[in-house]
Design a protein around this ligand. Structure first.
Ligand code: NAG
Ligand code: NAG
Ligand code: NAG
Ligand code: NAG
Ligand code: NAG
Ligand code: NAG
Length: 718
């Protein structure tokens, strides 16, 4: 791991007085800082910029259909049980135990941030009991000086993990009003302390002397992670503390800037590393290049935009999204990073917990920018990258996912050099393959997707923007009781039936994905309105006026055709709707007791459970093919019978829709014990056939980034 040596301290500032102690070489900063202070002074009225779409309180949105099945599997699986056995949560020092995986002390705060929305999304009393225990312990043990957490010395007290804790506490306070007061009290006490620490040479953020809380500097790339909970506090429960809250956010950003981690200088066309060569020769901090940081750093400009109202930061956010999309996005919607961003090559890895961070960041960014394609990206990650790396029963997960992954097992010695900073065990489905951060951070993905699926609109309405089966029960404008239910198998079926009641009239909106054909997608109803083409506002939303006190029902039918994405070197990937498709591979799974992440020794049974196993998955059918993407057919799968979808849905053969694609077997060389980059002039070894393509998220073994050949006509449905 590359470390930055830039622990240079520049400025210590207070609200109106600026004390600058500037090294001569950094004199340029003095001007910038003064400008910033003048700008701040001009804004006596310190209001936060508002989003286009507002989030609804946690707990108001409930899952239905397959999404409920998934959250219930999550609750019954590793996520909902690790509190009872997994050492980094069960025995966390945060709750009186003895175990942390690093000096960041971030494991159980990551868990808390993801399990709170699971608990209240499902309203599951067992899971609520887990987070209540954690919350009670942490608040009851808050130090007399306001510190949250078990650390007692300046060497060990780092702010970063508190960002995750506060994110979880914020969600808790929204979902359970009986806890709001004490959570808000506790957060304020902490912020007052954090403020005084940060004023003292960024103590708790930048390591000084023998500090051990963040020797690598992860928190330096994540200084904006305190902003969502602090901005929530500032708007909803400022108490007497607005100034301290505001300054604390500024100090976090300033500290990161001093250290050399200002994402505003990174999300810039000429600076951003576009290839692996650029990454290797990057003249800036390593924190920008780390995949998870990358996903989190997408939110950095907006966290400052909310305070400065500087529209350029909104435009920069769009630039950041586009840069990642163009240069490092995986076909399944994650960021290719193992653990550092690399070229878009299908043998490279995307670390699992990048996916939930991408989902959360882009759902948030969509609320500020309103750009339709950004919501599409959230869905892409949710329905492809994330489920592909989690076992269908939610008890095991990978550390890295490859787009072309015909096996998920320990790679042989020859694999060294394949990935940069993860080991040969990383694509195994296990309890803690390679590193435990994804064990504790994967749970937030689906609960936060659900929590952001409905949003409020600027005209006082509601929009369904991240699609899927869900219901909303909310009170709009203080007295309009609204109930919305979306009955759908989306993304496996493109029909959405809405049933809505409200005590006052309001406008409802449904987002239409950019891939839907607007000429042939339709809305039927409400009432006797005949089927007609959808009519979209420029933001991609279909408006439906909802009257007071009567049930409104209507059906949206999205229409689309399979899409072929042509890739460099004569390769392609195939999508249909929100789903990426991959060549189906039959497999054989062997399982054994979970291995410890750092030495692959058997884990002690005190930190495992009867359900925890590591799984090696190997193919029992061919995987090396080239395709002719001019020949594609959409077919129902064998699972299409009756009304309900199979549960679990993310298993091979479970989704009700598949594709058939003309293909031929080829010679595909191996490199580093994994398929090499797709051959550009493949040697054909068989005769063309109709290949079965299935949703990538359902295929733990998959080939999705494939060479293209022109083939004779194949009877696809034969
Ligand atoms: C959650 O469940 C409890 C019963 O366990 C019920 O009283 C409460 O109304 C439910 N909350 C929501 C938001 O559905
Ligand atoms: C602030 O911290 C930096 C980095 O550890 C150190 O070099 C500098 O001397 C400190 N300044 C003061 C005034 O303590
Ligand atoms: C508000 O702040 C003032 C000045 O710091 C202090 O005297 C007062 O006690 C505070 N009030 C509350 C309710 O915290
Ligand atoms: C995995 O393979 C590597 C060689 O790539 C080897 O050193 C290691 O011992 C293997 N681990 C297990 C658990 O088999
Ligand atoms: C939709 O209809 C318009 C006008 O007939 C046509 O120009 C356009 O190509 C159609 N779009 C698609 C995706 O079929
Ligand atoms: C699956 O793997 C096990 C263990 O290696 C082996 O005994 C079995 O024959 C394999 N089954 C198939 C169908 O390949």
């Amino acid at each position: 791991m590359k470390l930055s040596s830039r622990g240079i301290w520049v400025a210590m500032r207070s609200y109106t007085v600026l004390k600058l102690i500037v090294a001569p070489a950094l004199a340029g900063r003095q001007f910038m800082s003064e400008q910033k202070v003048m700008q701040a002074a001009a804004e006596d009225d310190k209001t936060l910029a508002q989003p286009i779409f507002g989030a609804l309180p946690l707990g108001s949105i409930s899952p239905l259909g397959w999404m409920r099945d998934q959250l219930e599997l999550e609750a019954a699986g590793l996520a909902g049980n690790m509190f009872d056995f997994y050492r980094f949560v069960h025995d966390a020092r945060w709750i009186g135990g003895a175990t942390e995986y690093s000096g960041l002390d971030e494991a159980s705060p990551y868990w808390f941030n993801g399990i709170v929305p699971l608990a209240f999304g499902l309203n599951d009393s067992r899971i609520i009991g887990q987070v209540k225990h954690y919350l009670d312990y942490v608040i009851d043990h808050q130090a007399s000086d306001g510190w949250l957490g078990f650390e007692e010395t300046h060497q060990t007290r780092g702010i970063w993990a508190r960002c995750l804790l506060l994110l979880g506490m914020m969600q808790y306070a929204e979902a359970d009003s009986t806890q709001t007061e004490r959570i808000v009290d506790s957060m304020h006490r902490f912020v007052v302390l954090a403020h005084s620490m940060l004023q003292d040479n960024y103590t708790g953020l930048i390591v000084h002397g023998d500090d051990t809380f963040d020797i690598a500097g992860f928190g330096m790339g994540r200084t904006h992670e305190l902003h969502i909970p602090l901005q929530w506090l500032y708007e909803k429960y400022p108490r007497n503390n607005s100034q301290i809250l505001w300054e604390t956010m500024e100090l976090m950003i300033d500290g990161g800037e001093v250290w050399g981690a200002d994402w505003r200088k990174f999300w810039v066309e000429d600076v951003y590393p576009k290839s692996e060569d650029d990454v290797n020769s990057f003249d800036g901090s390593w924190v920008f290049l780390h995949g998870v940081n990358h996903a989190e750093g997408l939110r950095y400009p907006l966290s400052i935009y909310r305070m400065t109202h500087d529209e350029a930061l909104k435009r920069q956010t769009r630039t950041a999204v586009d840069l990642v999309d163009t240069y490092h996005k995986s076909l399944a919607g994650s960021i290719i990073g193992d653990e550092y961003i690399s070229d878009k090559q299908p043998q490279r890895g995307a670390e699992l917990c990048i996916a939930p961070e991408v989902m959360f960041s882009l759902a948030y960014i969509y609320q500020y920018l309103g750009d339709n394609d950004i919501a599409d990206w959230v869905e892409q990650t949710t329905f492809n990258a994330f489920p592909a790396s989690v076992s269908s029963d939610w008890w095991s997960h990978q550390y890295v996912q490859q787009e072309n992954q015909p096996w998920a097992r320990n790679l042989t010695k020859g694999s060294s050099g394949l990935w940069v900073d993860v080991n040969s065990y990383s694509n195994v489905f296990g309890l803690e393959p390679n590193y435990p951060c994804c064990t504790v951070n994967h749970p937030q993905a689906y609960p936060k997707y659900l929590a952001n699926s409905f949003v409020t609109t600027e005209d006082g309405g509601i929009a369904h923007v991240l699609l899927g089966p869900a219901s909303l029960s909310a009170t709009l404008g203080g007295d309009n009781a609204v109930l919305i239910s979306t009955d759908t198998k989306y993304p496996f079926d493109l029909s959405l039936t809405y049933t809505i009641t409200a005590t006052s009239a309001f406008d409802f909106y449904v987002r239409t994905p950019t891939w839907a054909n607007t000429n042939t997608s339709t809305i039927t109803g409400p009432g006797k309105s005949p089927q007609q083409a959808i009519t979209l506002a420029s933001n991609g939303l279909q408006k439906v006026s909802i009257p007071a006190n009567e049930e409104t029902k209507f059906i949206i039918n999205l229409d689309t055709q399979p899409r072929v994405e042509l890739l460099p070197n004569n390769a392609a990937a195939i999508y249909h709707g929100a789903l990426l498709y991959s060549f189906a591979i039959e497999f054989n799974t062997t399982e054994h007791a979970p291995l410890r992440y750092y030495d692959e020794a058997l884990l002690d049974s005190s930190t495992t459970d009867g359900h925890t196993h590591d799984h090696a998955i190997v193919p029992t059918s061919p995987w090396a093919i080239a395709i002719d993407p001019s020949q594609i057919a959409v077919v129902p799968s064998d699972s299409t019978n009756g009304d309900a979808l199979p549960n679990p849905i993310w298993a091979l053969g479970a989704p009700p829709v598949e594709l058939r694609v003309a293909a031929v077997e080829i010679d595909w060389p191996l490199e580093h014990d994994t398929p090499a980059v797709p051959p550009t002039n493949p040697v054909v070894t068989g005769t063309p056939f109709s290949a079965r393509f299935v949703p990538y998220g359902s295929a733990k073994l998959h080939m999705a980034h494939l060479p293209v050949l022109s083939l004779d006509t194949v009877d696809l449905l034969g």
